[in-house]
Ligand binder design. Structure first.
Ligand code: HEM
Length: 371
């Protein structure tokens, strides 16, 4: 991909097989990108901005009134802030969390079984486990998990703008207080260290610290919980893969990435706007026009994934885009992977007879637990 010279203007098509040009809610042009290679190119392109306040952004937002989230920033500020937290989300810190995650999963399963034989897997297992994972990593009190989980669910639900505004205000107030506590009493956890170090040294402002804490907290809740449920559903339908997940941690990690590819739950994320004319697969996207990378289509591109609708834990998933790609590649992907591996292995390992209640399809509630 490259920035185009003015001569490229003449070649610009209005509609093309791929990418396809459509019209956004405000009548602005939006390009839909679906080929795996093209989505990789767009997400890695420095002329594809994540800043929703730029004209032409597919879902524009006025950022005058609040501090932008990390995911809404472009280079160089994005890279500067991301660098401050990157080490905390690597394989090692997540590995250190695993015993705590394992104990949390086992406790939730024991509680479900104690109140069984039926349980709502979403409320009793997926949501609290996803919540505990991010609360442990950020050192937010685990007891506040249900409250925070509720905010995350509301924010992820596009339907109710008013409720979303209220949830954002509530989580902002919560994190303002949390960050103030860390500033007053620096501690050894992530935000304690940021408050005692980067904040004091002027590498991050107090407002940016609060915005970062909100994003990390919210991004870690709903996605992970949703994915655990979908993963349990798919593994219930694939007994051979399920056995391998129970017995072999390597197979479990392979299954997790294949589940992320297959379900592509972050399909609606990753809007961009072109800041220069950019060439995507031989088609020029003009500066100022919106871009929607369709990660579900890219994750089901038959040129890369053979029989893409099949769940196949032996396939090579290296090219999947379920965690994004490029500068905004999901920060929490190691945490998400570890949480899901623990969720599936603990659940299917300890409840061998787990099945859906009432013969429902891929559902999120009403599972029969049989010890
Ligand atoms: C199955 C679970 C998850 C999925 C499918 C997922 C997916 C994604 C995707 C697709 C992006 C890129 C968005 C873009 O390019 O605009 C992203 C970014 C991000 N994710 Fe996740 N995510 C998951 C779990 C988590 C967790 C557990 C955390 C919490 C720590 C997290 C934190 C983030 C953050 C902070 C970003 C923004 C990174 C940046 O802008 O530099 N995610 N995620």
């Amino acid at each position: 991909m490259s920035s185009q010279d003015e001569g490229a203007e003449a070649r610009r098509p209005e509609i093309a097989g791929n990418p396809v040009r459509g019209v956004g809610p405000n009548g602005t042009p939006i390009w839909y990108i679906s080929r795996n290679a093209d989505v990789h190119d767009v997400l890695a392109c420095r002329f594809a901005s994540s800043d929703p306040s730029r004209p032409g952004f597919p879902e524009p937002e006025d950022l005058q009134a609040r501090t932008p989230f990390l995911i809404e920033l472009d280079a160089p500020r994005h890279a500067q802030l991301r660098r401050l937290v990157l080490p905390e989300f690597g394989t090692r810190p997540v590995k250190l969390l695993e015993p705590l995650l394992q104990a949390s999963a086992e406790q939730l399963i024991a509680d479900m079984c104690a109140s069984g034989p039926k349980a709502d897997l979403r409320e009793a297992f997926a949501k609290p486990l996803a919540s505990l994972a991010i609360c442990h990593l950020l050192a937010v009190p685990a007891a506040d998990g249900p409250l925070l989980s509720g905010f995350a669910e509301t924010l992820a639900n596009d339907g109710d703008v008013e409720a979303q505004g209220e949830a954002l205000a509530a989580v902002t107030a919560y994190m303002e207080q949390f960050v103030s506590g860390r500033i007053a009493r620096p501690s050894t956890d992530l935000f304690g260290r940021l408050a005692g170090g980067a904040l004091k040294e002027g590498q991050i402002t107090r407002e940016e610290l609060v915005a970062l804490s909100i994003l990390l907290l919210m991004a870690g809740h709903d996605t992970n919980a949703k994915m655990i449920l979908l993963g349990v559903g798919t593994l219930l339908d694939h007994p051979a893969a399920r056995e391998r997940v129970i017995n072999d941690p390597t197979a479990a990690y392979a299954a997790v990435d294949e589940l992320i590819r297959l379900h592509s739950i972050a399909n609606d994320d990753g809007f961009r706007v072109a800041t220069a004319d950019i060439d995507v697969g031989g088609i020029v996207i003009p500066a100022g026009e919106g871009i929607v990378p369709l990660s579900r289509q890219a994750n089901h591109d038959p040129a890369v994934f053979c029989n893409p609708s099949d769940f196949d834990i032996d396939r090579n998933t290296n090219r999947h885009l379920g965690f994004g790609f490029g500068p905004h590649l999901c920060l929490g992907r190691q945490l998400a992977r570890a949480t899901q591996v623990i969720a599936y292995r603990s659940l299917f390992g300890s409840i061998r007879e787990l099945r859906r209640a009432d013969g429902e399809k891929l559902i999120v509630t009403g599972w029969v637990l049989t010890k």
